[in-house]
Design a protein around this ligand. Sequence first.
Ligand code: KG4
Ligand code: ZN
Length: 336
Amino acid sequence: MITLGIESSCDDTSVALVKDGVEVLSSLVSSQIEIHRRFGGVVPEVASRKHLEAILPLLNEAMEAAGLGFSAIDQIAVTAGPGLLGPLLIGLSTAKALAWQLNVPLIPVNHIEAHLTASFLAVGRCPEYPFLGLIVSGGHSNLVYVTGPREFRCLAQTLDDAPGELFDKVARHLNLGYPGGPVIQKSGENGNRTRYRLPRPMAGKGYVFSFSGLKTAVMRIVEQEGESLDMADLCASLQFAVAETFEEKVEMALKETGAKRLAMAGGVAANQVLRKHMQKVADRNHAELLLPGIHLCTDNAAMIAAHGFFTAKEAPAKSLEVNAVANWDMGGPHNF
Ligand code: KG4
Ligand code: ZN
């Protein structure tokens, strides 16, 4: 069963072909990072235009890279939300046109749910339930207990910023560049993680995240230190604070749910400090850590195709009428 995946929810256009939900035949990403860099963030109108330019050439390239003709496509999975509406519509319209022309099913996929499937795709396995999922990206910070392809119990989410958003905002303030996560990681590589005291937001307060206070705390240090600020130490201290924050909540969830698998996904899951801390907490609790490589952590269409494969049965009957949605809760109905 060959699934074509299409992703365009933010600033990456991506097309992939996945066999039986577990084998990536091709996965191509056209990144717009260089274009948005000068604005310090994603400009939705610019992103839509770039998706439109990129999507058809990328589709042809992905087919070629997989060595397949269009007639080999059995079904099409596409991100329908959440994300930026304009960008989403480019992928969704392309997928609809192709599904109609090839007369194959169209599966609308929830982007956030798909991030978790990427953890299993990375090791060529079907998702095994139940598992604990941590999604950390530019827009999300969700700790969920997963019992089926579209069955999620939300344990914790953020009250304000997501961790990627925190990194992006701090990096912009410090003139380090965009996106913030990778530059903060690089800058903090040889830094002293205990040099600057930063809070562990919501520590001891149960299942809830909050990252905007950390941003304020960083700003205060920058102001106080002035010329003597050590950037490497600050970046190391910030990553340490974020990693310890997640470690505490994940440990609590592993203990309470008794989950034997932990999957971490989303752009921030690429962070080396966070990966080490998750490995530690998983080992301590005798859980297996499923961690996608960097290319499957950041936005990609392979995870959309894989998730579409596992949720095909739940796709709405009139999927050609589905609309793009900016907000769509994990596991929520396709009521749009
Ligand atoms: O999942 P993603 O590609 O897009 C969505 O937000 O859906 O995540 C992008 C986020 C950005 O905020 C970026 O700064 C962050 O992931 N990121 C990282 C790293 N690589 C990307 N954060 C920390 N460390 C990294 N190595
Ligand atoms: Zn994403």
